[in-house]
Design a protein around this ligand. Structure first.
Ligand code: B12
Ligand code: SF4
Ligand code: SF4
Length: 395
């Protein structure tokens, strides 16, 4: 998922915040000194207070609509080696932002000096309403948009909640050092969440939880507060390899190792140029992202739906006809993807992706007419994918 440079610096706000569902808040429970920006030491006496604060942070997070909150330190151990190996193998493809920033990605305290703890959170996104993923994937004339992108851009939704959570903490501790991240900086989000006890990194490389599956986003607050850390949970993948076997492009090249260059999510969202010809037939009708490895995962039987109105499908994107979305003008694309993560791929890649899906759709007059209408498109990228798609229908 693309990086958008977003980070929040602590401010000196001390006003009482009213957060829905939390009721009135009191300081009386702790003896943590307030109104100081100096590091807060842990003494024998204060250890209990930090523990109480950690408990409250988790409760405030849940009241803010974050389904789970965990806390970890800055040690990422073997994850750093895995990241280096992944980069050395070139699995990141054109996502050069994954190579930048030296060791900041695996050393949180290099990214934000004085960071002692990471408050890691997850937020469910599978919407209550909408066409079922399986039925859309089975109808080759419809467009499949990955479930995370059907509603409002999650970066905005989560960042706002994390800021509210930080303000709530600040009300107790006084000004403290923190920064809020949601896929917005060199942060190894899944590794941090795994260490904070939010789940384990599965063989498909997503984070999943026994009681929550994997349909959730991650976000973090880096902080200098010496909060007590949580224990990681056990890995429950066992002998299962359903995600590896189902992957349409065989992108999971070994358990826990993803060659992003083959992943449909990368090909349709991150890649800006031409989609490798040999992978195009395997993409099927997936026009933005892919969920197959999560749909097949047995732990997603326990996934909870999101109650967030923001994540409800917009503009019928949960299963529109390919020919309909291919006919959108650039203005329509911009209007209908306003506030959505989809907008970031741009109109050209939107048409490129739908062109590929139309090449994979059953041959009929509507499909061929739609492709013919775009064969002289000003973009060479679009023309090339349309020509490929038309070629599939004349074979
Ligand atoms: C780059 C990226 C992508 C890339 C690469 C994915 C990847 N696996 O790295 C692409 C574009 C393919 C992608 C796709 C998707 N992404 Co993405 N992506 C990211 C991003 C920006 C960085 C991920 C990263 O650090 N990769 C580095 C590599 C090294 O990590 P890794 O492959 O997971 O490897 C780790 C482990 O597998 C393990 N490991 C590696 N090798 C080995 C070997 C052995 C032997 C062992 C035991 C372990 C091991 O250690 C590694 C380090 O922790 C994060 C946001 C963030 N800042 O963290 C979102 C993020 C991971 N993506 C997310 C989502 C939702 C998706 C999609 C589901 C979207 C979609 N529906 O299309 C797909 C899922 C595809 C998949 N199967 O992973 C969510 C995941 C939430 C969750 N529940 O886990 C994140 C966290 C964004 C967010 N804030 O919520 N993504
Ligand atoms: S998102 Fe799709 S293409 Fe990527 S690893 Fe999962 S199943 Fe394979
Ligand atoms: S499908 Fe099986 S192997 Fe893959 S993440 Fe889920 S439990 Fe683990």
């Amino acid at each position: 998922m693309p990086i958008s440079a977003i980070a929040m610096r602590s401010s000196a706000r001390t006003s009482l915040l009213t957060i829905k569902g939390l009721g009135k808040f009191t300081h009386g429970r702790y003896h943590i000194p307030t109104m100081s920006s100096s590091p807060k030491p842990v003494t024998e006496n204060s250890a209990r207070d930090w523990m109480l604060l950690a408990q409250d942070i988790k409760a405030w997070g849940r009241a803010l609509g974050l389904q789970q909150v965990g806390i970890t330190d800055t040690e990422l151990g073997e994850h750093e080696t895995h990241l280096h190996n992944w980069l050395a193998a070139g699995y990141h493809g054109t996502m050069t932002y994954m190579e930048r920033h030296g060791v900041k990605r695996s050393h949180p305290d290099e990214l934000v000096p004085n960071t002692l703890r990471i408050i890691s959170v997850r937020m469910n996104y599978l919407p209550m309403d909408g066409a079922s993923a399986e039925s859309v994937l089975q109808q080759a004339e419809t467009a499949y948009v990955s479930r995370y992108a059907l509603g409002r851009d999650y970066h905005k939704v989560m960042r706002q909640r994390l800021r509210q959570l930080a303000s709530r903490i600040e009300h107790v501790t006084g000004p403290f050092g923190y920064r809020v991240f949601v896929d917005s900086a060199p942060v190894l989000e899944k590794a941090l969440a795994e260490r904070a006890g939010l789940g384990w990194i599965g063989k498909h490389t997503n984070l999943l939880h026994r009681e929550a599956g994997s349909w959730f986003f991650l976000g973090e607050i880096y902080t200098d507060l010496p909060l007590p850390v949580d224990a990681p949970v056990k890995n429950h993948c066992g002998d299962c390899r359903a995600c590896i076997d189902v992957c349409p492009t065989q992108a999971i090249v070994a358990p826990y190792q993803l060659d992003a260059r083959r992943c449909i999510s990368y090909l349709t969202i991150e890649l800006r140029g031409s989609i490798p010809v040999e992978l195009r037939p395997l993409i099927g009708n997936r026009i933005y992202g892919c969920d197959d490895c999560q749909l097949v995962c047995p732990w997603n039987r326990f996934a909870r739906l999101s109650a967030e109105p923001d994540f409800l499908p917009r503009h019928g994107l949960d299963g529109p006809l390919l020919v309909e979305v291919f006919a959108w003008s650039e203005q329509e694309f911009l209007a209908r993807t306003e506030g959505s993560a989809i907008r970031r791929i741009g109109y050209e890649c939107w048409l490129r992706n739908i062109g590929v899906a139309l090449g994979n759709a059953p041959s009929d007059a509507a499909v061929i007419n739609a492709l013919n209408a775009r064969r002289d498109h000003p973009s060479a990228l679009v023309r090339e994918h349309v020509a490929w798609a038309l070629g599939r229908h004349t074979q």
